[in-house]
Ligand binder design. Structure first.
Ligand code: SAH
Length: 197
């Protein structure tokens, strides 16, 4: 979360949407930084949003703080979402929950319809899995994961998406890096070509 926060700070984002915000771990960090003037959290899970609301103590925030953040229920695979006009979108450990047809809908929802200036996407690095002693070989880290990608697979997907939707993309490891297998999580930072220029 701190790696994503730092990337959002470096971009200079003011309006941020956290897609698949879950229980609000990133939202909590964003709320603590004045730089972020408008924060939107979206998740398909009502239950997760309820937990986020409690954890962020939304009902007890002073009005000035409260007016900076909003939570909405919505899906990343439907295009009729109020997601346009953001400086940055964060999609943290979410894409691996989407099966292949949904992943391609998500690509259009994010990069064609929402079209934030920047998008930060993280996903597990499958190569690192053998380092987790309690994870049986060949298994995913979470029962709901539809895939876990190697660095090459993620970069191939991200480069292709960036080219199709006119973004530039760069990659950063997250967590302690192993010489051969890389870091536990991988991050892609997309910037609209005109924003990056
Ligand atoms: N970003 C959070 C949660 C990651 S877990 C964090 O890192 O802590 C994955 C989240 O994606 C869950 O909260 C799940 O409800 C959400 N999710 C899965 N499919 C989704 C979809 N189609 N649209 C929006 N959110 C989705």
């Amino acid at each position: 979360m701190t790696a994503v926060l730092t990337a959002l700070q470096n971009i200079g984002a003011k309006r941020v949407v956290d897609l698949g915000c879950g229980e609000g771990k990133l939202l909590r960090l964003l709320l603590a930084e004045k730089q972020f003037e408008m924060i939107l959290g979206m998740d398909v899970s009502w239950r997760s949003l309820e937990i986020a609301k409690e954890r962020l103590k939304l009902e007890h925030l002073p009005e000035r703080q409260r007016s900076r953040i909003e939570l909405i229920q919505g899906s990343l695979v439907y295009r009729d979402q109020p997601l346009a006009g953001f400086d940055a979108a964060a999609v943290v450990e979410v894409i691996e929950h989407l099966d292949a047809p949904r992943l391609s809908s998500f690509e259009r929802v994010l990069f064609e319809f929402a079209r934030p200036k920047h998008a930060i996407i993280t996903t597990p690095n499958a190569e690192y899995n053998t380092i987790f002693e309690t994870l049986p070989a060949g298994q995913f880290r979470h029962g709901d994961h539809r895939f876990e990608w190697t660095r090459a697979q993620f970069q191939t997907w991200a480069n292709d998406v960036a080219e199709r939707f006119q973004y530039k993309v760069r990659f950063e490891p997250i967590g302690p890096s192993d010489d051969e297998r890389g870091a536990p999580t991988q991050m892609a930072i997309f910037s609209q070509q005109e924003a990056a220029a």
